[in-house]
Design a protein around this ligand. Structure first.
Ligand SMILES: C[S@@+](CC[C@H](N)C(=O)[O-])C[C@H]1O[C@@H](n2cnc3c(N)ncnc32)[C@H](O)[C@@H]1O
Length: 248
């Protein structure tokens, strides 16, 4: 097929928006995708990836989505809860490096020395500030609020303890730090849609997870809207419906 000579980017994007919406409405496809997510999870599929050398606990579609969000919105500060082995933190940092400005503030209750070292010695580690402690701890929240003070574009990613109680506390604490036009990403909402992960027992599960917390939070905080297009095209994601944009 010959490439058109005129710039058809707008039409191309519009057709993709329509295709993603149709895909999201295709119950049969959504069911099949969820079955693949559930079956692959038994093999720890989301643990098998890395970003610039550090393990990242995400589905590939979520990594690409995060790249789209960061490039489009150019946050100057990305607040992340849940560091683990550092992949997501370095991904955010690498995007900010490409953009040319910005810092990542990342909080984890259990920053293991080898993970801290791997992040701090990484070529993109200079844009990351690690905070050890619970993301729901008042002192931690106050410290992060101080760092976000006066920054024009602040994005938040919540990916730590996935219980309803903890995620709701995080939403209350960090939701107000998100600036208009920026994203609040609530990770692992898929827990509501899949059977209890008996192969990997966790304190969260159906009825008690990031999705239930997000629903409760949004009921009283109408200042956020789901990015319908992004959510529609993710298909195999850990965070269905979890990409929220703060309204002006
Ligand atoms: C799913 S992992 C984070 C994955 C990481 N964002 C990535 O993409 O590679 C969850 C992390 O949350 C941390 N965590 C658990 N409870 C926490 C809490 N109360 N506050 C902060 N971090 C917590 C765990 O230590 C763990 O490293």
């Amino acid at each position: 097929m010959t490439e058109p000579q005129t710039d058809d980017r707008a039409e191309f994007e519009a057709s993709n928006v329509a295709a993603a919406a149709a895909m999201a409405a295709d119950g049969n496809l959504q069911q099949k995708a969820l079955e693949v997510v559930v079956d692959a999870d038994r093999y720890g599929y989301s643990y098998q990836w890395s970003w610039l050398g550090l393990p990242m606990i995400q589905m590939p579609a979520d990594m690409v989505a995060m790249q789209e969000v960061i490039w489009a919105t150019r946050p100057q500060l990305i607040i992340e809860t849940g560091v683990a082995r550092g992949g997501s933190v370095i991904m955010s940092s690498s995007m900010l490096q490409l953009i040319g400005e910005g810092q990542v503030v990342a909080i984890d209750i259990d920053i293991r020395p080898h993970n801290r070292q791997a992040i701090e010695e990484h070529p993109l580690g200079h844009r990351v500030q690690l905070i050890g402690g619970s993301s729901a701890d008042t002192a931690v929240v106050d410290e992060v609020r101080g760092l976000a003070q006066g920054v024009d574009r602040v994005m938040v990613v919540l990916d730590s303890n996935h219980t309803h109680e903890h995620v709701l506390a995080e939403l209350e604490a960090y939701g107000p730090m998100v600036t208009p036009g920026q994203y609040l990403v609530v990770a692992d909402t898929v827990v509501e849609r899949i059977p209890a992960q008996e192969h990997r027992p966790r304190p969260w599960g159906p009825g008690d997870n990031p999705e239930t917390a997000m629903v409760e939070y949004l009921a009283t905080h109408p200042g956020f809207e789901a990015d319908e297009h992004l959510n529609a095209k993710l298909l195999m994601t850990s965070s269905p419906g979890g990409y929220l944009r703060r309204l002006a």
